[in-house]
Design a protein around this ligand. Structure first.
Ligand SMILES: C=C(O[C@@H]1C=C(C(=O)O)C=C[C@H]1O)C(=O)O
Length: 289
């Protein structure tokens, strides 16, 4: 029996609307869903273990020649995101030279926090990657958390200062921010465009159903994070799942900052697979060759 194609899925509730119909097997699957943190999925895409996946927008920017973007899919916000939060013991202006911990699960937000702290607060902390903990370790002055961990920490309300990175980006640029994108490995596209198109159409159709079922999704998610259904509805209404012209402009502006900061050696181009605008589930799944 041939291997099933592998589709990567972020392990947080933020993507529940996109995988809504896939999770419920409303669509003909014919593929295997592999869950992980954004950093894990980035690595698995780089290693060729996944054919198509959600990845950090930073990962796309870093290796854009190896990927193609899937149209109409992203995890974005315009202003507050709710689940990408920087917590601090000190006012942000006083963080230069202080140690801060950036969640090992993140790539985009770990790069973004450096940009917004420098641009909005003139702060250049000493950043190291590590695990997000409930308490700051001795000597640690700040911590970046993403996804469900950030939602849980926010609900506990134990840190004196916190910054919502979607809001901070919007204050800085007035633009949407794209945290994650869906991409296909370029070699998979070249070998099997039918498979990539099939996975793309399945994701877009599943998303359309999910975005129309937010109250159902909130009921499901309330058990996973310490938030009420009303708080979750507010959260999902802030998240945007398209990749329209405004979001692409936000993404390009982010890459421009990273290029200027020396974080990206060259300015990435946004390259997409052809297609978009489909709403129906595709026919039977192609096999992986
Ligand atoms: C909105 C979020 O954005 C996430 C942050 C990412 C990153 O920092 O690399 C990647 C994808 C998203 O899961 C979140 O975690 O809730």
């Amino acid at each position: 029996m041939p291997d099933l194609p592998r589709l990567g899925r972020i392990r947080y509730i933020n993507v529940l609307p996109i995988y809504y119909a896939i999770d419920r097997a409303i669509c003909p699957n014919g593929f295997q869903v592999v869950s992980g943190t954004p950093a894990e999925l980035n690595e698995q895409m780089r290693g060729g273990f996944l054919e198509v996946s959600a990845i950090s927008s930073y990962e796309y920017g870093r290796r854009f020649r190896d990927y193609l973007l899937l149209p109409e899919l992203s995890i974005s916000t315009v202003g507050d995101v709710g689940s990408v939060l920087f917590f601090s013991r000190l006012p942000f202006q006083r963080l230069s030279g202080r140690e801060v911990v950036l969640s090992a699960a993140s790539a985009t937000s770990a790069a973004l926090v450096k940009v917004v702290l420098a641009e909005l607060y003139g702060a250049r902390p000493l950043c190291r990657t590590g695990a997000v903990t409930d308490q700051f370790a001795d000597g640690v002055c700040g911590m970046l958390a993403i996804g469900d961990e950030a939602l849980r920490l926010r609900a506990r309300g134990i840190y004196p200062y916190f910054l919502d990175l979607g809001r901070a980006w919007h204050d800085l640029t007035g633009l949407p921010f794209v945290f994650g994108v869906w991409a296909a490995r370029r070699d998979v596209w070249e070998r099997q465009p039918d498979l990539v198109t099939y996975l793309h159409r399945t994701l877009v159709s599943s998303k359309l159903q999910g975005c129309n079922a937010l109250s159902d999704i909130c009921r499901q998610a309330t058990a996973q994070v310490n938030l009420s259904e009303a708080e979750l509805l507010d959260y999902f209404q802030k998240l945007k799942y398209d990749l329209d012209a405004g979001q692409q402009e936000g993404l390009t502006a982010f890459f421009r900052y990273l290029h200027r900061y020396g974080d990206l050696p060259e300015m990435p181009e946004l390259r997409f697979i052809p297609g978009g605008q489909e709403t129906a589930f595709p026919g039977p799944p192609p096999q992986l060759i």
